[in-house]
Design a protein around this ligand. Structure first.
Ligand code: GTP
Length: 246
């Protein structure tokens, strides 16, 4: 954030050099939204922990996970907000999701046409929370490993992505290398994107934009790779256009 950068400069000009504060780590807040069950938790977990979770339950409110990455020598914290897909678990939190957002990841399940048809409603929700066109958005079709159950073809998804000026990625949180090629290309079934490459692409885009961002000292209150903000409940309990850089 410009003000943070200038306040850091101000501090350093007044402080003896041996007591300079440590450089601050920039944070990119990326929200992941889409219907319940499309795999938002699994995608964010795959990126942050490098594996598929053994068990997931419906997200209540929001969970967030973080991963420290390095781009061009700068350490950046990618903070993924894994939002609840179920309306009843979103209500109280929805205002928080959209505050200071740097990028949005829309997720649908390639084996569920219903989840694809819900996308306009998710886009509308973003609009209602005054998310500007300058905020990068991407579209992710998940569960590409279930090749025999695909209901949403690549062509249809690509048309939708083009109409909304978003790059399309197709992937599998369960088996990120299910394509067997690992070449990072996208748009063709059986040639899916690696989860890590997708989120890194967003991070590169954000870094190149030099966005206004939050910052915190290294090792601050959000230390660790994964932080859960909310508890989960058992089932049954109430519970602007930009190009792909791959
Ligand atoms: N085969 C397959 N299953 C997946 C994949 N990703 C997620 N799943 C399964 O889909 C189910 C739902 O995954 P979640 O990650 O909990 O879905 P979600 O979108 O976070 O759901 P909510 O928290 O209710 O919004 C779980 O049973 C996962 O194991 C995938 O890439 N392939």
């Amino acid at each position: 954030m410009a003000s943070v950068e200038s306040s850091t400069e101000f501090t350093s000009s007044l402080t003896v050099s041996s007591h300079l504060p440590p450089p601050r780590t920039r944070i990119f807040k990326i929200i992941v939204i889409g219907d319940s069950g499309v795999g938002k938790t699994c995608l964010t977990y795959q990126f942050c922990a490098g594996k598929f979770p053994e068990k997931t339950e419906a997200t209540i409110g929001v969970d967030f996970r973080e991963k420290l990455i390095e781009i061009d020598g700068e350490k950046i914290k990618v903070q993924l907000w894994d939002t609840a897909g179920q309306e009843r678990f979103r209500k109280s939190m929805v205002q928080h999701y959209y505050r200071n957002v740097h990028a949005v990841v829309f997720v649908y399940d390639v084996t569920s046409v219903a989840s694809f048809r819900s996308l306009p409603a998710w886009i509308e929700e973003c609009k209602q929370h005054a998310l500007g066109q300058e905020v990068p958005r991407i579209l992710v079709g998940n569960k590409c490993d279930l090749q025999n159950s695909v209901q949403v073809g690549t062509d249809l998804a690509q048309q939708f992505a083009d109409a909304h000026s978003m790059p399309l990625f197709e992937t599998s949180a369960k088996n990120p290398s299910s394509d067997g090629h690992g070449d990072g290309s996208h748009g063709t079934r059986g040639n899916s994107d690696h989860v890590e490459a997708i989120f890194m692409t967003v991070a590169h885009k954000l870094k190149s934009q030099k966005p206004l961002i939050l910052s915190q000292p290294p090792g601050g209150v959000l230390g660790g790779d994964t932080v859960a903000l909310t508890r989960r409940r058992d089932e049954g309990e109430e519970k602007a256009s930009w190009a792909c850089m791959c």
